[in-house]
Design a protein around this ligand. Structure first.
Ligand code: GLP
Length: 245
């Protein structure tokens, strides 16, 4: 594991965006694994800036997002499809047809999981997977106790996750979905490179458990340590529960 601690959240975003841009310039047909959440917004803003001002080109790249809320259609304001269109896809030159998210409206989540896994395989696998971490340690929507061999599937969201993300739904838990569809831990581990980003003190405990505590199903992020190319970029607040290095 390769850990970089930056003084400020803004530096984390710039460094993460630079890492993604380097890979994309080296391999224009890169298969990107993407993530959503507040931590990702400044990263996408920087990628959009690089596209506009430095000619960073997404025209040949393909993308697969980690997860989507169950029951939300692509145009729902809180759908991750909508988030990705707004924050990245519509602002760069990626072909929309090359962007994939699991279908939150699929009637059969098991079948949708298999379809999504097949799409990833057909694309040749994911080259670089961007990841955030939930306050309860979830990765994608792999909640605590997700199996190491789990694949893309429907999953019930924990009360902690529903509270953490309710802010996006106007603070109204009643509007927050109870289920999601997410790549599994095994799906994520198959990516050729992982990049986990964590900012803010609220992530300090989850980050420490993921990268410094025992490897345990209680902390889905801890499974990532088995990956040979696992990079972590955190700000000092998110890194505050880690031992001094
Ligand atoms: C959601 C996503 C996760 C993400 C997490 C953190 O739950 N499914 O993939 O890591 O949010 O979000 P934030 O960056 O808003 O703290």
């Amino acid at each position: 594991m390769d850990l970089v601690v930056c003084p400020q959240a803004e530096d984390v975003a710039l460094l993460a965006a630079r890492r993604i841009a380097e890979r994309l310039r080296a391999t224009p047909s890169l298969v990107l694994g993407l993530a959503t959440g507040r931590s990702m917004e400044p990263i996408y803003a920087e990628l959009v800036r690089m596209h506009r001002q430095e000619g960073l080109c997404f025209a040949q790249c393909r993308s697969f997002n980690l997860d989507e809320y169950a029951g939300l259609g692509p145009d729902h304001p809180n759908a991750y499809r909508r988030y990705m269109n707004d924050h990245l896809f519509a602002q760069v030159d990626i072909a929309m047809a090359n962007t994939q998210l699991p279908d939150g409206l699929a009637p059969d989540m098991a079948a949708e999981g298999q379809r999504y896994e097949a799409l990833i395989r057909e694309a040749g696998g994911i080259d670089l997977q961007l990841l955030g971490i939930g306050e309860n340690g979830h990765v994608g929507f792999n909640e605590p106790m997700s199996a190491v061999d789990s694949r893309t599937r429907g999953i019930g969201l924990t009360p902690e996750t529903r509270h953490q993300n309710a802010g996006m739904f106007g603070g109204d838990l009643g509007r927050m979905p109870t289920r999601a569809i997410t790549m599994g831990i095994a799906t994520i581990l198959e990516a050729r490179e992982l990049l986990l980003v964590a900012t803010g003190a609220a992530k300090a405990a989850a980050l420490a458990e993921a990268i410094d505590g025992p490897v345990s199903l209680r902390h889905p992020g801890s499974a990532l340590r088995g990956h040979p190319r696992f990079g972590v970029i955190a700000d000092t607040d998110a890194a505050s529960h880690l031992p001094a290095r």
